[in-house]
Design a protein around this ligand. Structure first.
Ligand SMILES: NC(=O)c1ccc[n+]([C@@H]2O[C@H](COP(=O)([O-])OP(=O)(O)OC[C@H]3O[C@@H](n4cnc5c(N)ncnc54)[C@H](O)[C@@H]3O)[C@@H](O)[C@H]2O)c1
Length: 474
C-alpha cells in the first residue's frame, strides 16, 4: 500500500493540521453515502470506523480499494488511512463511539414505501452495544417521522437496569437521534461532501446539536439547524423538486418535438432567469439512480398515508416512466424489427462518473431490445461488471430462435459501432461525447443514432449523413 502512487487529487482541499474536537465516529454502511461520509470525516480530522455487513467490501477497503467508483475516494482513503478503520465487527465500532452515522440503504418496497428494515437492524445493534452516551445520526433518506421511531426503538432495546451490565455498576445510557440528510450526487460525491452547499442538522436537543457542530466544525460549511421532522422533509422536498424539474423539462421537450421547437434553445433561454436557474434543465431519457425514483415514490406514499395527494410529484413519476423507453419507441416507429440487427449501446450506468446502475434507463431498454431479437454490443467504461450481473454475456449467436437476442460486452466504442445497424446512447460519458458524427457514418453499417442525452448538434449529425433522433429536437 505504501508504494501506491495516485494521480493528483482533483480537489484542492487539505486535512486541517489540528481540529478542536476530534471525535470517534462510527459509520454504519459503506455505500455511496456511508463510505464517502466516513472518508471525508477522517479527512477533516476525526477518527472513523466504517462498518459493513458485506465481508467482501470490508476486505477490499482494508486493502485500500474502494468498492464503489467515485472520483478521489481511493486517494482520500489512502491519505487518511491512519484515521480510518474498516470492519464487520459493529460491536467494536459502536460501543465507545461519540457519534454513529447511519448510511444504510432504504430501498423502495413494491407499494412505493421505503424499506426501513436495514435502519431498524442498525438501531437495534446500536442499542445492544453502546457502552456510553452517544449520538446516532441518520444520514439515510428516511420518511418523515422515522428519526422519532429510531430513537424510540433504540430506547426500547437499550439494556434495562442491571441487564447486560458490562460496566459493573449499571449506568443508564443516553442515546439521542438526529437527522442529517445527505445531498451528495454520485459521480461528484467527494467534492459534494467536502464542499457541500449546506449541512442540514435536524434535532430539538441542545446536546445533539452541539455534537453535530463538533462533527462538522472542521468542514467550515453553512449549517442549517432545524427540527428532525423538517430535516427529513427538506431531504425529500429537495430530491423531489429536482426530479420534478427533470420531468418538467422532459415533458416540455416532448411538446417541443411536436411543435418544432428546440428544447436546448428553450432551456438556454429559461436558464438565464435566476428564479429558474440554469441547472437540471437538460432534457433526456429520464432520471435514474438510487434516489430520485425511490424518493419520489416514497413521498407520494407518505402523502397518501396522510390523506393527501401530491399531484405534482405523481406527475413527475408518470412522465419519467414513459421517458425512459421513449427512444426505444421512436426506434420501433422506424424499424420493422430488431431481430438480427447489430445494436450498439453506449453507456449503461444511470449517469457518468459512477458504476451504479440502479434504475438506469439501460435496464429498461436492454431487455426490450433482447426480446425483439437484437444482437447488442454494449460499451461502458465502468458499468459492465455490474450490468453483467443482471444480463450475463451470451456472446453473439449465429443460429438462434426468432426473437431471442444476445448481448456481448465490448471494450471500445469502435468495437460497438463497427458494422452496427443502430446505436443507442444512454449515458453521456466523456468518451461517448468524444465520438465524432463522422465516426458513426464511417463505422456503422447504417448510421442510425438514438441519443438519449442530446450530445450532438442536430445539424452536425445531418451534415455527416447520420440519421439522428434525440430528445425534444427535430
Ligand atoms: N447514493 C446516493 O447518491 C445518495 C445520496 C443521498 C442520500 N442517499 C441515501 O443514503 C442511503 C444509503 O444510500 P447508498 O446509495 O449509499 O446505499 P448503498 O446500497 O450503496 O449502501 C448501503 C450499505 O449498507 C450496508 N449495510 C446494510 N445493512 C447494514 C448493517 N446492519 N450494518 C452495516 N452496514 C450495513 C450494505 O452492505 C451496503 O454496503 C439511502 O437511504 C439513500 O437514499 C443516497
Amino acid at each position: 500500500m505504501d508504494n501506491v502512487t495516485f494521480k493528483t487529487l482533483s480537489l484542492q482541499t487539505q486535512t486541517p493540521k489540528t481540529i478542536t474536537h476530534p471525535l470517534n465516529i462510527a459509520v454504519a454502511g459503506t455505500g455511496y453515502v456511508g463510505l464517502v461520509s466516513g472518508v471525508c470525516l477522517a479527512h477533516r480530522g476525526h477518527h472513523v470506523t466504517c462498518v459493513d455487513i458485506d465481508v467482501m467490501k470490508v476486505t477490499m477497503m482494508q486493502q485500500g480499494i474502494s468498492p464503489i467508483y467515485e472520483q478521489d475516494l481511493e486517494e482520500l482513503m489512502y491519505l487518511n488511512k491512519d484515521r480510518l478503520t474498516y470492519t464487520t465487527d459493529y460491536k467494536s465500532a459502536y460501543k465507545n463511539a461519540d457519534a454513529i452515522l447511519i448510511g444504510v440503504g432504504t430501498p423502495e418496497q413494491p407499494d412505493g414505501s421505503a424499506n426501513l428494515s436495514y435502519i431498524a437492524t442498525v438501531a437495534r445493534q446500536i442499542a445492544e452495544t453502546v457502552e456510553k452516551d452517544c449520538l446516532v445520526v441518520v444520514k439515510s433518506t428516511v420518511p418523515v417521522g422515522t428519526n422519532d421511531k429510531v430513537e424510540q426503538f433504540i430506547e426500547d432495546f437499550l439494556p434495562r437496569d442491571g441487564e447486560n451490565d458490562n460496566l459493573g455498576k449499571h449506568k443508564k445510557i443516553k442515546v439521542e437521534v438526529a437527522s442529517n440528510p445527505e445531498f451528495l450526487a454520485q459521480g461528484t460525491a467527494v467534492r459534494d461532501t467536502l464542499e457541500a452547499a449546506r449541512i442540514i442538522i435536524g434535532t430539538d436537543s441542545k446536546t445533539a446539536e452541539e455534537t453535530l457542530m463538533k462533527v462538522y466544525e472542521p468542514f467550515g460549511l453553512p449549517i442549517v439547524s432545524v427540527s428532525r421532522t423538517s430535516a427529513e422533509m427538506i431531504k425529500y422536498s429537495s430530491n423531489d423538486f429536482l426530479a420534478l424539474k427533470i420531468s418538467y423539462m422532459n415533458d416540455i421537450a416532448n411538446l417541443c418535438e411536436l411543435v418544432g421547437a428546440d428544447i436546448q434553445d428553450v432551456a438556454k433561454g429559461m436558464g438565464f432567469d435566476s428564479r429558474i436557474g440554469s441547472k437540471f434543465l437538460n432534457a433526456g431519457i429520464g432520471y435514474g439512480g438510487s434516489c430520485f425514483p425511490k424518493d419520489t415514490k416514497a413521498l407520494d406514499y407518505l402523502a397518501k398515508q396522510n390523506g393527501y395527494e401530491l399531484r405534482t410529484v405523481k406527475a413527475a413519476i408518470d412522465v419519467n416512466k414513459d421517458q425512459k423507453i421513449l427512444l426505444y419507441r421512436k426506434a420501433c416507429q422506424r424499424l420493422i424489427t430488431f431481430n438480427g440487427l447489430k445494436v450498439a449501446v453506449l453507456g449503461l450506468t444511470f449517469k457518468p462518473g459512477t458504476d451504479d446502475l440502479r434504475e438506469a434507463p439501460s435496464l429498461e431498454n436492454v431487455p426490450l431490445l433482447l426480446e425483439q431479437g437484437a444482437d447488442i454490443y454494449a460499451y461502458d467504461p465502468v458499468g459492465i461488471d455490474n450490468f453483467k450481473k443482471a444480463f450475463p454475456e451470451t456472446g453473439i449467436q449465429n443460429e438462434r430462435e426468432y426473437g431471442k437476442g444476445s448481448i456481448k460486452y465490448v471494450e471500445s466504442i469502435e468495437e460497438a459501432l463497427q458494422g452496427a445497424n443502430v446505436c443507442f446512447i444512454f449515458t453521456e460519458w466523456g468518451e461517448v461525447k468524444a465520438v465524432k458524427p463522422d465516426d458513426y457514418k464511417r463505422l456503422m453499417r447504417t448510421p442510425l443514432v438514438y441519443d438519449g442525452r442530446n450530445i450532438y448538434g442536430v445539424e452536425d449529425m445531418k451534415e455527416s449523413g447520420v440519421k439522428y433522433y434525440s430528445i425534444g429536437r427535430k
